[in-house]
Ligand binder design. Structure first.
Ligand SMILES: C[S@@+](CC[C@H](N)C(=O)[O-])C[C@H]1O[C@@H](n2cnc3c(N)ncnc32)[C@H](O)[C@@H]1O
Length: 204
């Protein structure tokens, strides 16, 4: 699969997922990012996880919720075929009670005075998001593609929430984190040097 193949296998073993994975070369999150969010999910036992972009991450987080015996992932996915594919794996593993993959096409949205293409927001919970995982929309769609996530979700976060931004080694994501920090100075930022970089922002 990738140079991190043993780490994916280790995740599969850890979570006892042996009926295939929705893996897509170059598109799936790297195993070290997934390990980070899996460890956080098993440790913090979030009740309401919102995820921007579906796939391997959705399957792994849903399985963590099943192991925890609580929690649910709502995964926003703009590509219909990717939403269907992720759902088929969720069904295959009997994890339907722990994940809801929502086809949320990208729409024009004004966010903090700027025009972005971002997910249709109907499925985003009104409140209580205690884990937010941001791995989409894809960077090629626009500059600062993932910026809207926090502005849209900030009023809907639980009192305590951990936000995980993948691909944070990229300049674009670093600029996004700087914009978020100036808007929400109370957020604490930790950077993890995973293969693609992960920014963790802690709220509350
Ligand atoms: C970086 S991917 C991450 C998906 C998910 N978080 C995971 O780890 O599997 C972000 C988005 O890319 C899109 N995507 C996935 N596979 C793709 C492919 N093979 N070609 C083009 N776009 C793809 C999907 O819309 C997905 O939501």
């Amino acid at each position: 699969m990738t140079e991190q193949l043993p780490e994916y296998q280790s995740l599969q073993n850890q979570l006892d997922l042996h009926q295939g994975m929705p893996y897509s070369p170059n598109w799936s999150a790297e195993a070290d990012f997934i390990q980070l969010i899996v460890d956080a999910c098993l440790r913090d036992r979030p009740k309401q996880i919102l995820e921007c972009s579906s796939g391997l991450t959705t399957l792994m987080l849903a399985r963590c919720c099943q192991i925890n015996g609580e929690g649910r992932v709502i995964s926003l996915e703009d590509g219909l075929q990717y939403a269907d594919n992720t759902r088929s794996y969720i069904d295959r593993y009997g994890l339907g009670g722990f994940a809801d993959v929502v086809h949320a096409p990208l729409q024009d949205r004004i966010v903090d005075g700027m025009l972005y293409r971002w997910y249709a927001a109907d499925a985003i919970p009104e409140a209580g998001i205690d884990m937010l995982v941001i791995d989409g929309p894809s960077g090629f769609i626009q500059k600062h593609s993932r910026y809207p996530a926090l502005s849209v979700c900030y009023p809907r976060l639980a009192d305590r929430c951990a936000i995980y931004l993948d691909d944070a080694a990229r300049e674009d994501e670093q600029a996004i984190v700087a914009m978020w920090q100036s808007l929400y100075p109370a957020l604490r930022h930790e950077y993890r040097a995973t293969a693609r970089g992960c920014s963790i922002l802690l709220h509350g």
